[in-house]
Design a protein around this ligand. Structure first.
Ligand code: UD1
Length: 416
């Protein structure tokens, strides 16, 4: 077990290059299974979720070599179609393997996925999409068996624009016979990155980034090379850290349009934002509370709800956050209260009354993004804080403490 020890009240200053996006890498790694051959993926972050996905691909028969930031994935000898239960439990993103394995082998067996405990995360939309392209699915004894004699194009309409279900549907449909249309598709930028990767493999997909995606099935795909898009959630977290510590932070290697809803809110809160084609700079002003509702892209991302809640704890006045995507995403609130924050949660709404200062405390990261938000609070707080259960943070933030140290933060990792 490891913890972070943070001495707060240091203004963060400087610039930081953002690494590749976790949420783009995971489906793209899964998509590499769609063909036999050697794919090269650049800018793959060093985080625990990626290692877990790597472990699953290796168990299925892939050979993977890491060379610096690149993953070289050889899927020539992949032959297994069953994902071990303990790995499914570790990471929800393992559900992405359904589409590609079904596409390539017409068969897949897995148990229900795990991941962050942020509320019920059903997979009904994934299953519905796979059925629409011809899969027969049986769910029993905690396992899901999907099989198809052949996959055929279908018309998929999602009741809710699920990111994962959209990606799974795309990956199942690329090798189906005929055309597939996905309506009310999720529009997150990571879906564009998946479309680019699949098209480089020889797929014929258009529409990613809009709510209608069209896929013309092809008979074969080929291994390819790709560079992962930068992580907009990481970028947003560091921008909030800059604003919260009254600092001056520039994030490089990020396209501002990925974060329009976030930048808009940061300006409303009182931060000064400057952008160019591939960087964003935040300079803190006097922070004031505002209201936020999390929504599917291009709305405010649920993954940045926890970090911005931390920021609101020291913003002047009252802020209200409504979480519409996940049910149980205020688990950092009790921990923030230990640091002096004034927050009341009613169902999916949190009401935050800004205080002039947080004070350091011993807290534990309840999940990935909530863990990140506690580090932000500690950076702004008076005195020393200890953040336990750092393994949650390591699932999604690459070298978090090193990046913060490069901006001047006083944070160290210690084994407990
Ligand atoms: C992805 C992201 C995650 C982000 C989330 C929302 C990855 C690896 N993870 O997760 O970081 O927080 O998008 O932006 O990309 N739902 C159903 N049935 C389904 C699928 C989803 O009801 O079959 C519901 C979920 O319970 C949740 C909502 O839809 O309430 C959003 O989930 P979804 O967009 O699927 O998120 P993930 O793909 O799991």
């Amino acid at each position: 077990m490891e913890k972070f020890i943070v001495t707060g009240e240091v203004q963060l200053q400087g610039s930081l290059k953002i690494s590749g996006a976790k949420n783009a890498t995971l489906p793209i790694m899964a998509a590499s299974l769609l063909c036999s051959g050697v794919s090269v993926i650049h800018d793959v972050p060093f985080i625990r979720d990626i290692s877990a996905m790597q472990e699953i691909l290796v168990l299925l028969g892939a050979k993977i070599v890491r060379e610096g930031n690149a993953l070289i994935i050889d899927t020539t000898n992949v032959s297994k179609i069953e994902i071990p239960e303990h790995l499914m439990r570790e990471m929800r993103a393992s559900v992405f393997l359904m589409g590609p394995l079904l596409g390539r082998f017409k068969k897949v067996r897995l148990s229900y996925p795990g991941g962050c405990d942020i509320g019920p995360r059903p997979i009904d939309l994934h299953i519905k999409a796979l059925e629409k392209v011809g899969a027969k699915i049986r769910e029993r004894f905690g396992f899901i068996d999907a099989e198809a004699y052949k996959l055929t194009g279908g018309d998929i309409h999602f009741d809710f624009p699920s990111v994962g279900a959209t990606e799974n549907a795309m990956m199942a449909a690329v090798l189906a016979e005929g055309a597939t249309i996905i309506r009310n598709a999720a529009r997150e930028p990571e879906i564009n990155d998946l479309q680019t990767f699949l098209n480089k493999m020889g797929a014929k997909i258009s529409g990613a980034g809009t709510d209608t995606i069209c896929i013309e099935g092809v008979s074969k795909l080929f291994a390819t090379e790709h560079t992962i898009m930068p992580d907009r959630i990481q970028a947003g977290t560091f921008l909030m850290a800059g604003a919260m510590t009254h600092g001056d932070v520039t994030i490089e290697n990020i396209r501002p349009e990925y974060l329009f809803s976030v930048l808009d809110k940061l300006e409303e809160i009182g931060a000064h934002i400057t952008t160019a084609e591939n960087y964003i700079r935040v300079k803190a002003g006097e922070l004031r509370g505002v209201d936020i509702k999390t929504l599917p892209y291009p709305g405010f991302p649920t993954d940045l709800q926890a970090p911005i809640l931390s920021l609101f704890t020291i913003a002047k006045g009252t802020s209200v956050i409504t979480e519409t995507i996940f049910e149980n995403r205020f688990k950092h609130v009790d921990e923030l209260s230990r640091m002096g924050a004034k927050i009341k949660v009613e169902g999916r709404t949190a009401i935050i009354r800004g205080v002039s200062k947080l004070t350091g405390a011993c807290v534990a990261a309840p999940d990935l993004r909530a863990g990140g938000s506690l580090v932000l609070a500690a950076l702004a707080a008076e005195g020393v804080s200890e953040i336990e259960s750092v393994y949650h943070i390591d699932r999604g933030y690459e070298k978090f403490e090193e990046k913060l140290q490069s901006l001047g933060a006083n944070i160290i990792r210690r084994r407990t």
